[in-house]
Ligand binder design. Sequence first.
Ligand code: PMP
Length: 355
Amino acid sequence: MKKYNFNAGPSMLPREVIENTAKQILDFNGIGLSLMEISHRSKDFQPVIDESVALIKELLDVPSGYSVIFLGGGASLEFMQIPANFLIKKAGYLNTGTWAKKALKEAKLFGEVVEVASSAGDGYMKLPHNFDIPKDLDYLHITSNNTIYGTEYRKDLDSPVPLIGDMSSDIMSRPVDVSKYTCIYAGAQKNMAMAGVTVLIVKDDMLGKAPRELPTMVDYRTHVEKGSMFNTPPVVPIYSVLETMRWVKAHGGVKEMERRADERARILYDEIDRNKLFRGTVATEDRSVMNICFVMNDEYKELEKPFFDFATERGMVGIKGHRSVGGFRASCYNAQTLEGVNALVQAMKDFEAQH
Ligand code: PMP
C-alpha cells in the first residue's frame, strides 16, 4: 500500500534525493568505492561541500560576508554554541515553545538572558507579537517555526538588534532576508537532508567577539576557516544536503517551495475548519504551514484513536500529535506532496461521513 509520510523529522525527502544518495553510497562518482568509505579530504568529496555551500547561498540569496558551515551535534548543540560564540553582555530570547525554551536554558550558562516575549501562558498555541525589543541586546534568538506546537513566524521579524534564527523546521520553505541575521541554523533532518548534519549560515564579522575562551570545536571560526573540514564532517548527510538543494533549485527555488507550502496548508486547514469532527489548535494568524496540528472537537474526543486507525489503514504515517499537544500533527515539509495532503483530507471527509 502507498504510504503518505507526515513524520515531523526526520521526515519525508524527495524520492530522487534518496535514490541518488543510495547510488552514491554504492558507488561514489563511479570510482568503485562507497561514499561511506572515502576520505572527506579526497578530491572527489570537496566538490560535494563546495556545491552544497554554493547552492545554499544561491537559494537563500545569502549576502557576501556570510559563511555556510556543516556541523554535527544537531540543532541542540547550537543551543549552547550560539551563546558561546555570540553572547557578549546580554541576549534576548523569544519563548515560543519547547525548542525555544531549551535554547534559552543553555544561553543562561553564558551570561545575561532576557525573555523578550513568551507565549507559555497561552500554552504556546499562539505567537507573541508587537513586543518591545531592548536595543542593548547582542542578539534576539527566535525559533521561526515551532515544530511541536505548529506556530510559525512566516516573515522575518523587524528588530533593532540582529536576529539569530533556529530554522530547523522551516529553512528553505520561503525566501529569508539573511542580512537581518547574525546566524541562521538548522538541524537539517526536515527540509534539507537526512539526519546527522546541522547547517549554519553565519555572519563572519560577528565572530570572535565574545569575551570568553572557546574550545576549538565550539568556536565557529574553526569551522569557517577550515571549510567544515577541521574534523571529519558527516559526509553522507552532507551529500543528501547537496541532492536536496539540487532538487529545490530544479523545482523553482524557495519561492516555489513557499507557494507549495501555502497551497498544501490552505487545503488542510480548510478541511480542519470545515469538518465537524476536528479543530485546529493554533491561533489562525500564527498557524504553521510546516506542522499542521489539530485535535478532535470535544464532543468527538472518543473518536481520536478510531480516526488514527482509519487514517493508518489509508496509508497515513506519522500523524500522531506530539505527546505534549496530543491529537494530530501533519508535517508538510518541502517534499510533501499535494497527493499526500489530499489523501489525508479525503480520509478526514470519509471518516466524518461515517459519524
Ligand atoms: N529546533 C527545532 C525547531 C526542532 O524542531 C528541533 C528538532 N525537532 C530541534 C531544534 C532539535 O534538533 P536536533 O534534534 O537536531 O538537535
